[in-house]
Design a binder for this molecule. Structure first.
Ligand SMILES: [Fe+2]
Length: 293
């Protein structure tokens, strides 16, 4: 298992902010995540912006249509496009989702959850090996939000994710908001999920807003990160330590500075966590007395 570098706190590179980024340096942001598929064709304004931000910030490639859980064979053209992009921009790492989204050549353009079965694990692990061998790098796979479960599932989502990551020797992009969303929708405790994921397997965190419909939550990447999700982030820091974190905001995207406010929050939470780690047992005891008073 390799170590994923620590990059600090980043955001997704989005068209809405191109104008801003062409005129200003990306203050307050340590790194950017691009949607890999949006940069398969070189040239044009997106590449001008990408080349500009690459001058000062590391870039990470985040894919949405690898289809690691599809039953169709992996698309060689897609893999080649990923490799070409990797060679061109030298990303800090490459990620995609642990999901399926296409069948028989028809793409749903959704990140669909998988049945948590041994059969699915045995199907996916060699496909990850194929991708990692072809790209010459370890892949990070992200847990997706889900709204339904399969009757066929034989294990919990966290056991499925852990088994795949361990057997394929890939890393995990742990989406903290997705854990919160799925925990709400399916009625499990976030701690159950976090505690089942091996420390050292997680290479990146995602943080995002969502839409609460009362009896279910939709993973919409809209609005600021809610307090409860920041709490899950604190718990994730307790378990995994400081890991590169990224704020996703993909619906009704506000001006750059407003997204950076979320990054500032995520930085502040990590700094508070680090400060707490450096406290002596006596200081921690005094602080808990203060909090209880
Ligand atoms: Fe995510």
């Amino acid at each position: 298992m390799t170590t994923t570098p620590y990059l600090g706190h980043g955001i997704g590179l989005r068209t809405k902010h191109f104008e801003h980024l062409l005129e200003h340096p990306p203050h307050g942001v340590d790194w950017f995540e691009i949607i890999s598929e949006n940069f398969f064709d070189p040239g044009g304004r997106p590449w001008i912006v990408l080349d500009r931000v690459r001058e000062t910030c590391p870039i990470v490639m985040h894919g949405v249509s690898l289809g690691i859980g599809n039953t169709d064979p992996l698309d060689p053209n897609h893999l080649q496009s990923l490799k070409t992009l990797k060679e061109r921009i030298q990303p800090a790492w490459i990620s995609d989702h642990l999901c399926w989204g296409a069948f028989g050549g028809h793409n749903s353009h959704d990140l669909l959850p998988l049945p948590y079965t041994e059969e699915a694990i045995r199907h996916i692990v060699p496909r990850i090996a194929q991708v990692q061998d072809f790209l010459g790098t370890q892949l990070l796979l992200e847990n997706v939000s889900s709204y339904v479960t399969f009757q066929e599932s034989e294990m919990e989502e966290w056991d499925f994710l852990r088994e795949i990551a361990e057997r394929a020797d890939c890393k995990i992009l742990l989406d903290v908001n997705n854990i919160y969303v799925s925990a709400f929708n399916h009625g499990f405790k976030v701690e159950q999920y976090l505690n089942a994921i091996p420390v050292g397997r997680v290479g990146q965190f995602h943080l995002a807003g969502h839409t609460n419909h009362g009896d279910y939550i939709l993973d919409t990447h809209i609005g600021p990160v809610i307090e409860d999700v920041w709490d899950v982030y604190r718990k994730a820091l307790d378990r995994f330590g400081p890991i590169s974190a990224l704020v996703e905001w993909d619906e009704a995207i506000p001006p750059f500075e407003e997204v950076v406010e979320e990054v500032t929050r995520s930085k502040a939470i990590e700094e508070a966590w680090r400060a707490q780690q450096e406290q002596t047992p006596l200081e921690k005891d005094q602080e808990s007395h203060h909090a209880a008073a």
